[in-house]
Write a protein that binds this ligand. Structure first.
Ligand SMILES: [Zn+2]
Length: 351
């Protein structure tokens, strides 16, 4: 029987510090804004969060049992240079943990950055290999490749298996893909609160701050969707967390009680050094004028993402700012470093 397993871990105390560093502040409710740590079960492919598109398989729906004023922070599409780094620093300043739904090819391009996300104790899931925007129109076979290749690539970049947590780009799921994920014991993540940082036309840090605070207040609790590739979110997150903390909101850290396990046959087909999957190249990028609203989800409002443009913007900003953060984080995973995923066979590993 599918069920959600919640584990309230015993919280140890550590000495309070003026400036938290690394993981020093992770598990002390007296010094952090972390309220609880829970383990989410992915057995049978449960669907978490209310925002979904076509997958209306209600028997698989699960709700994270969040208390009033408890939120889960999630970040999609990265990692990406200085923006992801700034978000990691803001999370650390507030001593809270998040789930990062990384894109496979982004993680492969910046392995040091995805490893830093892991080192800081955040949970890492996958958001496909190449972020196809119309995944619901692709064949189940192409969905499988996007899903599996994404998980394999992110795991390879991190250096160990990641959580079997998956989020569809723009929540554009399909019954076939959701059924496949269920067969693979991979959970599907929607969201309860949309930050609006990926709205078509862009959103300023001020708008993201205003909108997400009002939406979280209105919802009272839930899973919050951000994009760590977005400069507006990188600039706004510290202020957002400060305001929400004043309102009494606390962050719940979500871990996984299982690891992603690769399918041997699909792993053999998932050539990580082929530039794109058939799925990603099957369609040209949509223009902003394209009508892409489906079902209950307004994609213009959740995922107006052009990864190449975001990478170019971030490069330009890093170059202008002279931070060098992007250059340092880039480098890519080289073929020689792939070791047929030496960590796959490891046992249970929470994260
Ligand atoms: Zn996305």
């Amino acid at each position: 029987m599918l069920r959600m397993v919640f584990a309230l871990l015993v919280l140890g105390s550590v000495a309070a510090r003026a400036a938290p560093s690394d993981n020093d502040c992770a598990y002390d409710p007296k010094t952090t804004h972390l309220s609880r740590i829970v383990a989410a079960d992915s057995t049978g492919g449960p669907l978490y969060g209310v925002t979904m598109n076509d997958a209306d398989n209600k028997s698989q729906r699960r709700t994270l049992d969040l208390h009033d004023h408890e939120i889960v922070l999630t970040f999609d599409d990265g990692p990406l240079g200085a923006n992801t780094q700034a978000i990691l620093d803001a999370l650390q300043k507030h001593c809270v943990k998040a789930i990062f739904f990384a894109v496979g090819k982004m993680a492969m391009a910046q392995p040091k950055l995805i490893q830093e996300i892991d080192r800081r104790g955040h949970t890492i899931g996958s958001h496909t290999w190449s972020h196809p925007r119309a995944m619901h129109t692709l064949s189940v076979e192409d969905n499988k490749l996007e899903i599996e290749k994404g998980f394999i690539a992110v795991s390879e970049a991190v250096g160990k298996p990641i959580a079997p947590f998956f989020r569809f780009p723009g929540f554009r799921d399909s019954k076939g893909a959701v059924a496949y994920l269920a067969s693979r014991n991979i959970s599907v993540w929607g969201t309860d609160v949309i930050s609006g940082d990926a709205d078509a036309g862009g959103a300023s840090a001020g708008k993201v701050t205003h909108d997400v605070i009002s939406r979280v207040r209105s919802a009272g609790k839930g899973i919050v969707l951000f994009h760590d590739i977005k400069r507006s979110t990188a600039e706004a997150l510290d202020g957002i967390l400060t305001e929400l903390e004043k309102d009494g909101f606390k962050v719940v850290q979500v871990l996984s009680n299982t690891n992603y396990q690769p399918d041997a046959q699909l792993m053999a087909r998932a050539d990580l050094f082929r530039t794109e999957t058939a799925a990603a190249t099957a369609r040209p990028a949509a223009s902003p004028k394209e009508q892409v609203k489906d079902g209950s989800v307004d994609v213009m409002h959740t995922e107006w993402i052009d990864l190449d443009a975001e990478i170019a913007n971030e490069k330009l900003h890093s170059s202008n700012a002279g931070t060098g953060a992007t250059t340092q984080a880039r480098g890519g995973v080289q073929p020689a470093s792939l070791t047929a995923a030496s960590g796959w066979a490891t046992g249970r590993q929470v994260r």
